[in-house]
Ligand binder design. Structure first.
Ligand SMILES: Nc1nc2c(c(=O)[nH]1)N[C@H]1C(S)=C(S)[C@@H](COP(=O)(O)OP(=O)(O)OC[C@H]3O[C@@H](n4cnc5c(=O)[nH]c(N)nc54)[C@H](O)[C@@H]3O)O[C@H]1N2
Ligand SMILES: Nc1nc2c(c(=O)[nH]1)N[C@H]1C(S)=C(S)[C@@H](COP(=O)(O)OP(=O)(O)OC[C@H]3O[C@@H](n4cnc5c(=O)[nH]c(N)nc54)[C@H](O)[C@@H]3O)O[C@H]1N2
Ligand code: SF4
Ligand SMILES: [Mo]
Length: 918
C-alpha cells in the first residue's frame, strides 16, 4: 500500500460482524475504502483483542463477489439480470400484494437473521405484523438460540441472560457444555485462559462428545454420548442432593417445582446413567462436586445443547443446577448462554421471530398484542401463530405459503434436510433474497436479488451475549447500488402499503436513531427495558448492558441479585420438561443401515456459509479441505483408510468426501464442519443429511446429530484436479461463481483455497468415468486456466490429460486429469510463486515428490493464520525441546490474535505430535 493511501486515514468505531462475543472494532479507512481493522481497546467485551476472523475483516471488505445492483429473474429458467431499484421494489410490492389479496396475509413469510442490526430487525417485524398482518416472520436464530430462549422462559420466567463476561473472572468453577468457545467464541476463551492464569483454583468441566480444544483445556472432560446431556445434568443433581450440596434455603425461598423434579431424579443415579451417557459414574460425581462445592459456579453452553429435539429440556436441566445450588445472581455465578450470531439478542428484543413480539412479549397473549398494536397505530395484531423456520419451509414446499422474503441468511445451505428445502424454494411462487454476496446457494432460487450493504457500510446497534448494546457505525459507503437492510425494508413497506391500500404510515423513518427510539420505547417496563438508551447515549457513554431504564445512569451488570424472578409467583421454576427416554436421545434411531452419528459444527477460522471468510485464502490454512472425520478405531474396524473418498449417506441424501482420522472423536461418531455448502461442494453438502425434526417447545431443529453410513466411494475411480493462482480475492469470486453451473452432476467436486496473501484455487473431482472433453473445456474456461506458456501431455487410452501453465518462469496453473500424484507439490509451487527452474521438465511427470525438491512441498496445515506459521515448522521446534514462549519468539506464532494458543500449547504438551482436532 502506498503511503498516500493512508494520508487521510480515519478510524470509525464499529463492531465485528461475526460471533455473539460482540467485539468492538476500529475500522481504518481512507478515500472511501476500508484499509485495516483493529480491536477497540475501549470496548468492554474484548479490550482491543480480535480473533482470526475479526482481525481479517478488512481483507474481505472489497467489491469482489458483492451484489452491486438489484437483479431480477424474469422466468425460472433464466439467469438473473440487472434492474433498477424502482423496478425491483415495484415488482416485489406487486407480487406480494397480489398473493396477499388472493390468498390472505398468511400466504407470505419473512425469514430474517441474527446478523441483521436491531433497527433492520425492528422494521421487518413491523412490516410483517402491522402492515401485512401475519406472524410469519422467523429468523435463523430458530436454528441457533431458540432452545435457550425457551429454557430461560421455562425456568427463570423471561428470556434474559443473567450472567455476564465479568463473571468469568469471579467464578471458581466453569461448566461448559455443548460449546467449543476456543473456536466459536475465541475472545471469550481468551478471558477464560486469563482467568485461569490469575486464579489457579478455577476448575473447568467440559461436556462434549468430541475432545475439542476447549475440552483439552479443561480439568475434566466428560466425553458424553450425543444427546444425553439431560440425563447427565439430572445425575449431577442426584449427586448434589445425595451429598447435600444443594442450597435448601434458596430452593425453599426462591423456587417452585423442586419436589416434582426430585421425584423424577430417583432413576438418574450416576450408576444408572453412566452407560447411556458414556461417562463413568465417578466422573459424574466429580463434576457434581466441582459445581456443588464451588463458591461461584458459572455455566456456558451453545449448540451442543440447543440444536436438539429436546433442546429446551437440555437448557432447563442445566439451569436447574444453578437453581438447586443458589448459584445465580452473585458475582461469578449463573447461567451464561453463549449467543451465536452478533445480534441474535437484538432479534429477541425486537421480537422478530414467530414466537415473540417486541420487548420479549408473547404473540399468544392478547394484552401483549394490544400494547404493540397501539404503538404501531393499527387496530390489532394477527393472532394466528406464525411459522417457525423449519415449518415455514415445509409450508412453502406444500404450497400453503406462496412467497418468501429472505434477508441476511442462506437457507439453501444452513437449514436441515436440504433436498426438501430446495424443493420448497422451487415450489415458491416468488422468492426475494436480500444479500450482500452474489454466489450464495440461496441466490440460485431467487426471483429477485436485492443488494444489501454489509459490514463497515451499515450502521445501527447490536446486542451481544451479555446483554450489552453497542453502536455500529458505517466507515464507508456501500459498493454499487447496495443499500442498508432497514432502508430496503421500509422502501418496500411504503410501496406495499400503497398497493394494499393499507398505508398505515409508520415506515417514514429518516434514520436508524428514530427506529431505535421507537424500539426502546416498546421495551419500557419489560425485563429487557432499554428505554434509557439512544444512539446518542451509546455514542457518548459507550456500550451498555440492559436493563437500562429511562433516567438510569448505567445498565445492570448481572440479573436476579434480589432473587426475584419474572414469573407470576416471583419464584424461579424447576421446569417440568421431563427427560427424554433413553431411546429418544437422538432425533432418529441408528441401525444396521445407518450405524454412525454425524455431528456437525464449527471450525476456528470459517463463518457459516463462507460467503465472506471462504474467499480469504489465509482462513483456509487451518482446515485446508472439506472432509469427514472418523475415529482411528472406526477406520480400522471398517477397513477404511485416511485420504480415501467415502460416501456419507442416509435416506435424505448422499455426499462424497475424503476421510480423515481424528482421535478427538469417540467410536461410532463422524464429524463434518457445517461450513462447506454446495458452492464449495457442488456434489452435495452436510445439510443434505441433517434431519429436520424439531423441539416441541422451541421448534429448534436437531442439527447436531443425524444417523448415517460411511462406505468407500470405490466406483469413483477417475480423479482430476485443477489448481490456479488468482491475482486477488476479487478475481476469485467471479471464478467460483462461474464454476457452479459447469460442475453440476459431478458426484465429488470440491473447491478450496490455499496461499496466504495470494489466493490459489483448487478444484478436485472424482467420477466413475473420465469427464467428457467438452466438460473439461468448460471447466478450463470457468477456472481461467490460461497463461503465456502451456505444457501439455495427453494419453487418451489411459484417460490421462495434463496441462501446466506458466507466466515467465513461474507456474500459475495445472490441470491433472486421470493421474494426480503430483498435485501436492505442484500446488506448493503455485502457492510459493517462485521460478520453477530445473523442475520445469518434471511438471507433467507422475511423481508424488519433486526430484530433489522436498523444500517446495507445502508445510501442512497453518496453525497461526496471522503469522502464517505451519504445523511442520512448529513441530520441528517442539521436537527440539521448544516451549510456548520459545515458539512465540522464534516463529512469531500466537503473538497476534491468540486464536492458535490452545493448539500451540497442546502441541508442546504432546511433544509435537499431530493433535488432529479437525
Ligand atoms: N469460527 C466460528 N465461530 C462461530 C461461528 C462460526 O460459524 N464460525 N458461528 C457462530 C454461531 S451462529 C454459533 S450458534 C456458535 C456455535 O458455537 P458452538 O455451539 O460452540 O459450536 P459448534 O461447533 O456448533 O458446537 C459446539 C459443540 O457441541 C458439541 N456437541 C454435539 N452434540 C452434542 C451433544 O449432544 N451434547 C453436548 N454436550 N455437546 C454436543 C460438538 O461436538 C461441538 O464441539 O458459534 C458462533 N461462532
Ligand atoms: N448442519 C448444521 N447446520 C447448521 C448449524 C450447525 O451447527 N450444523 N448451525 C445453524 C446456526 S446456529 C446458524 S446461526 C445458521 C447460520 O446460517 P446462515 O444464516 O445461513 O449463515 P450465513 O452464511 O452467516 O448467512 C448470512 C448471509 O448474509 C449475508 N450477509 C452478510 N452481511 C449482510 C448484510 O449486512 N445484509 C444482508 N442482507 N446480508 C448479509 C452473507 O453473505 C450470508 O450469505 O446455520 C445453522 N445451520
Ligand atoms: S470473538 Fe472473533 S468473531 Fe467473535 S466477535 Fe470477537 S473478533 Fe469477532
Ligand atoms: Mo448460530
Amino acid at each position: 500500500m502506498r503511503d498516500d493511501a493512508f494520508r487521510d486515514l480515519g478510524e470509525t468505531r464499529s463492531m465485528c460482524c461475526y460471533c455473539g462475543t460482540g467485539c468492538g472494532v476500529l475500522v481504518q479507512h481512507a478515500g472511501g475504502r476500508i484499509l485495516g481493522v483493529r480491536g477497540d481497546p475501549d470496548h468492554p467485551a474484548n479490550h482491543g483483542r480480535l480473533c482470526t476472523k475479526g482481525a481479517t475483516l478488512h481483507l474481505s471488505a472489497h467489491e469482489g463477489g458483492r451484489v452491486l445492483r438489484p437483479m431480477i429473474r424474469e422466468r425460472r429458467e433464466h439467469e438473473l439480470s440487472p434492474t433498477s431499484w424502482e423496478q425491483a421494489l415495484d415488482t416485489a410490492a406487486e407480487r406480494f400484494a397480489d398473493i396477499i389479496e388472493r390468498h390472505g396475509p398468511d400466504a407470505v413469510a419473512f425469514y430474517v437473521s441474527g446478523q441483521l442490526l436491531t433497527e433492520d430487525y425492528y422494521v421487518f417485524n413491523k412490516l410483517a405484523r402491522a402492515l401485512v398482518g401475519t406472524n410469519n416472520i422467523d429468523s435463523n436464530s430458530r436454528l441457533c438460540m431458540s432452545s435457550a430462549v425457551a429454557g430461560y422462559k421455562a425456568t427463570l420466567g423471561a428470556d434474559s441472560v443473567p450472567a455476564c463476561y465479568a463473571d468469568i473472572d469471579e467464578a471458581d468453577h466453569l461448566l461448559i457444555a455443548g460449546a467449543n468457545p476456543a473456536w466459536a467464541h475465541p475472545i471469550v476463551f481468551r478471558r477464560i485462559e486469563a482467568a485461569r492464569e490469575r486464579n489457579p483454583e478455577l476448575t473447568i468441566t467440559v461436556v462434549d462428545p468430541r475432545r475439542t480444544e476447549t475440552a483439552s483445556f479443561a480439568d475434566q472432560h466428560l466425553q458424553i454420548a450425543p444427546g444425553s446431556d439431560v440425563l447427565l445434568f439430572n445425575a449431577m443433581l442426584h449427586v448434589m442432593l445425595w451429598e447435600d450440596l444443594v442450597d435448601r434455603d434458596f430452593i425453599r425461598e426462591h423456587t417452585e417445582g423442586f419436589d416434582a423434579l426430585r421425584a423424577s431424579l430417583a432413576e438418574c443415579s450416576p450408576g444408572n446413567v453412566a452407560q447411556v451417557c458414556g461417562v463413568a459414574a465417578e466422573k459424574i460425581v466429580r463434576a457434581a462436586r466441582s459445581f456443588g462445592r464451588a463458591r461461584a459456579a458459572l455455566s456456558m453452553w451453545c449448540q451442543g445443547l440447543n440444536q436438539s429435539h429436546h433442546g429446551t429440556a437440555s437448557n432447563a436441566a442445566l439451569i436447574h443446577l444453578h437453581l438447586a445450588t443458589g448459584q445465580i445472581g452473585r458475582p461469578g455465578a449463573g447461567p451464561l448462554s453463549l449467543t451465536g450470531q452478533p445480534n441474535a439478542m437484538g432479534g429477541r428484543e425486537t421480537g422478530a421471530m414467530a414466537s415473540l413480539l417486541p420487548g420479549h412479549r408473547d404473540p399468544a397473549d392478547p394484552a401483549d398484542r394490544d400494547e404493540v398494536a397501539r404503538t404501531w397505530g393499527v387496530p390489532a395484531l394477527p393472532d394466528t401463530p406464525g411459522l417457525p423456520a423449519v415449518q415455514m419451509f415445509e409450508a412453502l414446499r406444500e404450497g400453503r405459503l406462496k412467497a418468501i422474503w429472505i434477508a441476511c441468511t442462506n437457507p439453501a445451505h444452513s437449514l436441515p434436510d436440504q433436498t426438501r428445502v430446495r424443493e420448497a424454494l422451487r415450489a415458491a411462487e416468488f422468492v426475494v433474497l436480500q444479500e450482500a454476496y452474489q454466489d450464495t446457494e440461496t441466490a440460485d432460487f431467487a426471483d429477485l436479488l436485492l443488494p444489501a450493504a454489509s459490514w463497515g457500510e451499515k450502521e445501527g446497534t447490536v446486542t451481544n451475549s451479555e446483554r450489552r448494546v453497542s453502536r455500529v457505525q458505517a466507515a464507508v459507503s456501500p459498493p454499487g447500488e447496495a443499500r442498508a437492510d432497514w432502508r430496503i425494508a421500509t422502501d418496500f413497506a411504503r410501496r406495499l402499503g400503497r398497493r394494499l391500500e393499507r398505508d398505515i404510515g409508520g415506515f417514514g423513518f429518516a434514520s436508524t436513531a428514530e427506529i431505535f427510539a421507537e424500539h426502546v420505547a416498546l421495551t419500557a417496563g419489560r425485563d429487557c427495558d432499554m428505554s434509557g438508551l439512544s444512539h446518542a447515549v451509546l455514542e457518548r457513554n459507550g456500550p451498555q448492558q440492559w436493563p437500562f431504564r429511562s433516567g438510569a445512569r448505567c445498565g445492570v451488570e448481572r440479573l436476579y441479585a434480589d432473587h426475584a424472578f419474572p414469573t407470576p409467583s416471583g419464584r424461579a421454576r424447576f421446569a417440568a420438561v421431563g427427560h427424554p427416554s433413553r431411546h429418544a436421545l437422538l432425533p432418529e434411531a441408528q441401525g444396521a443401515r445407518q450405524p454412525l452419528i454425524l455431528i456437525t459444527g464449527r471450525l476456528r477460522d470459517q463463518w457459516h456459509g463462507m460467503s465472506r471468510t471462504g474467499k480469504l485464502a489465509r482462513l483456509w490454512g487451518h482446515t485446508p479441505e472439506a472432509a469427514v472425520a472418523m475415529s482411528p478405531v472406526d477406520i480400522v474396524r471398517r477397513g477404511l483408510h485416511a485420504g480415501q473418498l467415502v460416501r456419507v449417506e442416509n435416506p435424505r441424501g448422499r455426499i462424497v468426501l475424503p476421510l480423515t482420522e481424528d482421535d478427538a472423536l469417540a467410536p461410532g461418531q463422524v464429524w463434518i464442519p457445517m461450513h462447506w455448502g454446495e458452492t464449495w461442494l457442488p456434489g452435495g453438502a452436510a445439510n443434505r443429511l441433517c434431519a429436520s425434526l424439531t423441539d416441541p417447545v422451541s421448534h429448534q431443529p436437531a442439527l447436531k446429530a443425524a444417523a448415517v453410513s460411511v462406505r468407500p466411494a470405490g466406483t469413483l475411480a477417475w480423479h482430476g484436479a485443477w489448481v490456479v493462482a488468482a491475482s486477488d480475492e476479487r478475481a476469485l469470486a467471479e471464478r467460483i461463481r462461474s464454476l457452479r453451473p459447469v460442475l453440476q452432476g459431478i458426484e465429488y467436486a470440491a473447491l478450496s483455497l490455499s496461499g496466504h496473501t495470494h489466493p490459489v484455487l483448487m478444484l478436485r473431482v472424482a467420477c466413475e468415468k473420465p469427464l467428457a472433453p467438452e466438460r473439461v473445456s468448460e471447466i478450463d474456461e470457468a477456472i481461467e486456466l490460461v497463461a503465456e506458456d502451456v505444457l501439455g501431455l495427453d494419453d487418451v487410452g489411459r484417460g490421462v490429460s495434463k496441462r501446466a501453465t506458466l507466466v515467465g518462469e513461474c507456474l500459475v496453473g495445472v490441470r491433472l486429469l486421470g493421474e494426480t500424484a503430483a498435485l501436492p507439490w505442484l500446488r506448493g509451487l503455485i502457492v510459493e510463486g517462485a521460478p520453477v527452474g530445473p523442475l520445469r521438465s518434471w511438471l507433467l511427470a507422475p511423481l508424488a515428490q519433486p526430484p530433489g525438491g522436498e523444500t517446495l512441498v507445502l508445510s501442512g496445515r497453518t496453525i497461526c493464520s496471522c503469522r502464517n506459521v505451519g504445523e511442520s515448522e512448529i513441530d520441528a521446534l517442539v521436537a527440539g525441546g521448544a516451549d510456548l514462549p520459545m515458539l512465540q519468539q522464534r516463529l512469531g506464532c500466537g503473538t497476534v490474535c491468540g486464536s492458535c494458543l490452545p493448539e500451540l500449547r497442546a502441541r508442546v504438551a504432546r511433544g509435537g505430535r499431530e493433535t488432529a482436532t479437525v
